[in-house]
Design a binder for this molecule. Structure first.
Ligand SMILES: [Zn+2]
Length: 91
């Protein structure tokens, strides 16, 4: 499993990622790491920030999606700040 094809394990995850009619809380970042939004945080801005956490197992069927090592490698270990929400604010 290469890991770039998230959503192939079950319909539920596929739909959660595609998010046709809703804003999905499970997203694949530009670093090809799959993240789950675990909460909201109040920033000093109008919109609440999303707290993302890498997802290691599918929450629906339990398939292993990625490993911590893969996440570290893909997201670039050492980057102090890898939060990118929905990608609207990239630096
Ligand atoms: Zn699944």
């Amino acid at each position: 499993m290469a890991g770039t094809n998230f959503g192939s394990c079950c319909e539920e995850l596929k739909e959660a990622l595609e998010g046709g009619d809703f804003e999905p809380l499970i997203t694949v970042g530009s670093d090809q790491v799959i993240y789950m939004t675990v909460g909201l945080v109040d920033l000093e801005e109008d919109e609440p920030g999303l707290v993302d956490h890498p997802l290691f197992f599918c929450p629906f069927c339990g398939t292993k999606l990625q490993t911590p090592e893969e996440v570290r490698a893909k997201s670039g270990a050492g980057d102090e700040d890898d939060e990118d929400g929905e990608g609207e604010k990239t630096s």
